[in-house]
Design a protein around this ligand. Structure first.
Ligand SMILES: NC(=O)c1ccc[n+]([C@@H]2O[C@H](COP(=O)([O-])OP(=O)(O)OC[C@H]3O[C@@H](n4cnc5c(N)ncnc54)[C@H](O)[C@@H]3O)[C@@H](O)[C@H]2O)c1
Length: 389
């Protein structure tokens, strides 16, 4: 079977679905790899590196789609809502497509993908189980985003992070507050600690308290308890507005005393809760920085604007989107490794074998033979249950 890697087309996207280093592993598994010319350039992987590792380079995007049995992308149509649509006519029945599809985004988009007949897999739906950890692209990208959010905040802050005792006096450490301790939030805690900040963190899932403390952060405990804080998959469950209102009130003091607030509190398939209000931002010292990692899904900060930096009362509110793309070398390396592990899981003797009894395949497959077959996606969009997935 032939695995095809087209160049990413989302504006500003710099990642590529496979780094050259994984190609020998795929070849050993009986797969051929074709790559669109220039696909890895922006990520720091020249064409020659792919050729040296055994891939064939093709100059035309359409040729990659025509020749490949399995297409690997970072942002497929769905998550690429700007230019991804142009790929639809290039997809076909019997072909597989793997990447970020935003499966709980827009039902019409997923229906359009289904209509091509392609067998699509959304990496966002990878189950959070030990067996699938090395295929978990959300964790890989979350790790990169958490790191980069701190670097951006440190760059924007008119202070340094560590405490210094110098001949010119003592510098007090920066206070960094992380809201939402999933993979991204935990990496932000670790990164801010490494830079010397005093770090506090909060999450509605009490289960993360020990993780925060083990990274050297102080867990901010609020005198409220979420009902049914997490689902079976470990994800936070949406709460009612009165809960969020109470959270905002209680978080206000910590926010206003922080130099940096990084928000990463998301709920799958839902608009992100607003946890940092305009009033709280106004109470922060001028020069402070808020980095809102949830801005793509509505934002955790009332003032954040998707993809923009807003300065309000001297406080920078940064709503950068697609942050993982700004660290394309390592993001692609991790993502490519995740996809390779996913492929090796499904490929037997050089052929893609779909075992729908297997939780990993069953959970990630979104469309097949013209239908949306994923039970979670169907339920989310209130579609009647599919006959056989
Ligand atoms: N293979 C594995 O076992 C594995 C791998 C990665 C993640 N996980 C688990 O999957 C789950 C989701 O991780 P993720 O990184 O995708 O998280 P995520 O990006 O879905 O959510 C980010 C964090 O925001 C928090 N949050 C949501 N609403 C909030 C609110 N109102 N106030 C405060 N915090 C709020 C969530 O609890 C979560 O910790 C976690 O339980 C994580 O431990 C498991």
């Amino acid at each position: 079977m032939i695995v095809g890697v087209p160049r990413e087309t989302f504006p500003g996207e710099r990642r590529v679905a496979l780094a050259p280093s994984v190609i020998p592993t795929l070849v050993k598994a009986g797969l051929e790899v074709i790559v669109e010319v220039g696909a890895g350039i922006e990520a720091g992987y020249p064409d020659g590196d792919y050729a040296n590792k055994g891939a064939k380079l093709l100059p035309q995007r359409a040729e990659v789609f025509r020749n490949a049995d399995i297409i690997l992308q970072v942002l497929c149509y769905g998550s690429n809502d700007q230019t991804g649509r142009a790929d639809l006519p290039l997809l076909r029945r019997g072909q597989a497509l793997i990447g970020f599809l935003r499966p709980l985004g827009d039902v019409h988009t997923i229906q359009e993908i289904a209509a091509t007949g392609v067998t699509s897999f959304a990496v966002e739906l990878m189950p959070r189980i030990t067996r699938a950890q090395n295929m978990d692209a959300l964790s890989s990208m979350g790790t990169i985003c958490g790191y980069k959010a701190v670097v951006i905040a440190a760059d924007g802050l008119p202070k340094i992070f560590p405490m210094l005792t110098t001949a010119a006096g003592t510098i007090t450490p920066a206070r960094v507050f992380i809201i939402g301790c999933g993979v991204a939030g935990l990496q932000a805690i670790a990164t801010a600690k490494r830079l010397g900040a005093v770090v506090s963190a909060y999450d509605l899932r009490p289960a993360v308290l020990e993780l925060v403390q083990s990274l050297g952060g102080r867990f901010v405990e609020l005198p409220i308890e979420a009902t049914d804080a997490q689902d079976a998959g470990g994800y936070a469950k949406a709460q009612d507005e009165s809960f969020y209102q109470r959270q905002r009130e209680l978080l206000g003091r910590v926010v206003s005393e922080s130099d940096v607030v990084i928000t990463a509190a998301v709920v799958p398939g839902k608009k992100s809760p607003v946890l940092v209000t305009r009033d709280q931002v106004e109470a922060m010292a001028p020069g402070s920085v808020v980095v809102d990692l949830a801005s793509e899904r509505g934002g955790n900060c009332e003032l954040s604007r998707m993809g923009e930096q807003v300065v309000h009362h001297g406080v920078k509110v940064i709503g950068t989107i697609n942050m993982a793309s700004s660290v394309p070398y390592h993001a692609s390396q991790m993502y490519g490794r995740n996809l390779t592990n996913f492929l090796l899981h499904m490929v037997k003797e050089g052929q893609l074998v779909l075992n729908l009894e297997d939780e990993i395949t069953h959970n990630t497959i979104v469309t097949r033979d013209g239908e949306i077959v994923n039970p979670r996606v169907r339920e989310f969009f209130n579609l009647p249950a599919a006959v056989v997935p």
